[in-house]
Write a protein that binds this ligand. Structure first.
Ligand code: GLU
Ligand code: ZN
Length: 305
């Protein structure tokens, strides 16, 4: 696949956005902020808004969490378009993409254990920069992780303009290294699944939390390798707790309360820098006003960027 084939433009395509939660637990305020931003951004231009359940890591996801998330979304007035996509049902699509990359010589097997990589350098996001131990070993794929060989030269220098964060530049080889596409236990990596799914769902605009900003160059590189369009990106600032840590299930962020729906919607709205909305009686009334008044230019930048 010629990298230039990746330069497909989506500028004229009708807006398709998505919200892609991982069902490892209920939604918390940080997830609500991302959902509100993507929903308002899509609906304010009469765009579609898709729901994708990112349950690719079956060891951490549950049907109970998916049900809870969908109930929370409904309660907060979100109305997804079209069928819900579940990553757990899409292994064949990921395998087909992997095969295309492999046929072009971009994939190799890696036998390094977590322990073997413990001393490797880490990037600004705390991720291990893979030092390339297995690059030239030509191991068979069985029982091994599969990694994408990232280019050392200019093709591996990814630059893009984020609608909120501005210009982002990352050099994949020194800042990320060859990254995993499929884990040794057979689980597909988020990077591959998200690129295949965004492309197949014709997503034109990815609106999500700034914790994924540093993953975006990997995804753009994969899009180029696979010859699919690159969407526009808008990364909204992260909600942090009083210790400065990102709100997450790992830090036991409180789940959204069913009896605080309107206060939570208003708080998410304000968090996104939007002008306060009048008091309303229902989520539907909130959304009627919000969709009309959404202003992406008001979104604050993450203070740590
Ligand atoms: N599933 C990811 C998460 O819950 C979001 C992925 C994305 O929006 O690209 O953090
Ligand atoms: Zn290795």
């Amino acid at each position: 696949m010629d990298a230039s084939e990746g330069a497909v433009t989506t500028a004229a395509a009708p807006y398709i956005g998505r919200f892609a939660p991982s069902p490892t637990g209920a939604l918390h305020f940080g997830s609500l902020v991302a959902a509100v931003a993507s929903y308002a951004d899509a609906r304010s231009v009469n765009g579609r808004w898709l729901l994708r359940i990112e349950d690719v890591d079956t060891t951490r996801c549950s049907m109970a969490a998916e049900k809870r998330i969908r109930a929370q979304l409904a309660l907060h007035g979100f109305e997804p378009d079209g069928p819900v996509l579940r990553q757990r049902e899409r292994g064949e699509r990921y395998a087909a993409a992997l095969e295309r990359l492999r046929a072009c010589g971009h994939v190799y097997a890696c036998a390094c254990s977590r322990r073997a990589l413990a001393g490797a350098p880490r990037n600004a996001d705390g991720e291990t920069i893979y030092p390339g131990h297995c690059r030239e070993l030509a191991l068979g794929p069985e029982g091994h992780a599969l990694r994408l060989r990232v280019p050392d030269g200019i093709d591996g220098e990814i630059a893009f303009s984020d609608r909120a964060a501005g210009d982002v530049r990352q050099h994949l080889a020194p800042e990320v290294g060859d990254f995993v596409l499929r884990r040794a236990d057979g689980i597909w990596a988020y990077q591959l699944a998200v690129v295949v799914d965004d492309a197949e769902q014709h997503v034109t605009d990815v609106v999500r939390g700034a914790d994924l900003l540093g993953n975006t160059p990997r995804q753009i590189h994969l899009q180029r390798r696979l010859g699919v369009a690159t969407p526009r990106y808008l990364h909204v600032p992260l909600v942090r707790d009083s210790c400065g840590d990102k709100l997450s299930k790992q830090t036991h962020a409180a789940e959204l309360a069913d009896d605080e729906v309107l206060p939570a919607l208003h708080a998410a709205w304000r968090w996104l820098g939007q002008a306060a909305l009048p008091t309303v009686a229902t989520p539907a009334a909130f959304w009627r006003l919000a969709i009309d008044r959404w202003d992406d230019g008001q979104i604050p930048r993450d203070s740590r960027q």
